[in-house]
Design a protein around this ligand. Structure first.
Ligand code: ATP
Length: 238
């Protein structure tokens, strides 16, 4: 297993956000956690990244217990996150934003090769190289956030609600890129999403999260066909 999460509890004061969930991701998998507003999706990613502490439980990454590591140590270990609503640095240029993705990196990467690869993946970023990120559209900022996360060649990419605020066509494009990264480069990806259909369509497996608990799990293709799931989460039930 690349990532194993055991008995994860997350709370903010008295508010329980995640109540003892278990899940795991194998090397090379694309896994989704789907759930409604407030189900606890962002909390899960933030706690894997080390931004939000666990109240209880354990996170094992590449067979190492990382539960007590700081966020920058987890980033160095190869975990990167695309945060909700992109969160790029508005005043920095596209290029400078990308450079923040390599800050503090210990392993050597060939920057020219990485940038060329990312600009081929997201051609609009090449055109906008010298522009402040705040001048980009929402979809372009989302692409920049993905590129910034990818520049260091992570072994696990965490993607928070990437479809939020994007037009359906852009949602498809972004999900296509994630699928391509998984298929062609073997990148392991964990997506958390309200957009259940789009994320299930590209995932191998998925977990369904409801108020901080996992209520279903299985192959994404099976979940897409499950009548109960269809009715509640996909809005396509009979
Ligand atoms: P969304 O899709 O709306 O982002 P989510 O599934 O990502 O929702 P979380 O953001 O993880 O859900 O929130 C889970 C629960 O924890 C919610 O009830 C939320 O109000 C609460 N919560 C999240 N962050 C905090 C915080 N910093 N302080 C207090 N409560 C919080």
């Amino acid at each position: 297993m690349l990532l194993e999460v055991k008995n994860m509890h997350i709370a903010y004061g008295d508010i329980r956000a995640v109540s003892g969930i278990d899940f795991s991701i194998e090397q090379g998998e694309l896994v989704s956690i789907i759930g409604a507003n407030g189900a606890g999706k962002t909390s899960i990613l933030n706690s894997i990244m080390g931004i939000v502490p666990l109240k209880n439980g354990k996170i094992v990454f590449e067979n190492e217990d990382i539960t007590s590591l700081a966020a920058h140590q987890r980033a160095r270990a190869g975990i990167r996150m695309v945060p909700e609503r992109a969160r790029v640095f508005p005043r920095l240029t596209v290029y400078e934003n990308l450079m923040t993705g390599v800050y503090g990196l210990r392993k050597t990467i060939n920057l020219d090769v990485q940038i060329a690869w990312l600009y081929d993946l997201f051609p609009i970023l090449r055109e906008r190289n010298d522009q402040p990120a705040e001048t980009l559209s929402g979809g372009e900022q989302q692409q920049l956030a993905i590129a910034r996360a990818l520049i260091s060649n992570p072994s696990l990419l965490l993607v928070d609600e990437v479809s939020m605020g994007l037009m359906p066509k852009l949602v498809d494009q972004v999900f296509d890129v994630l699928k391509q990264l998984n298929d062609q480069r073997g990148l392991t990806i964990l997506i958390v999403e309200q957009n259940a259909i789009a994320s299930l369509e590209i995932s191998h497996r998925a977990y369904v999260l409801e108020t901080g608990a996992i209520v279903h799990q299985g192959m994404a293709s099976a979940l897409l066909e499950d009548p109960k799931i269809k009715e509640v989460y996909l809005g396509t039930g009979a």
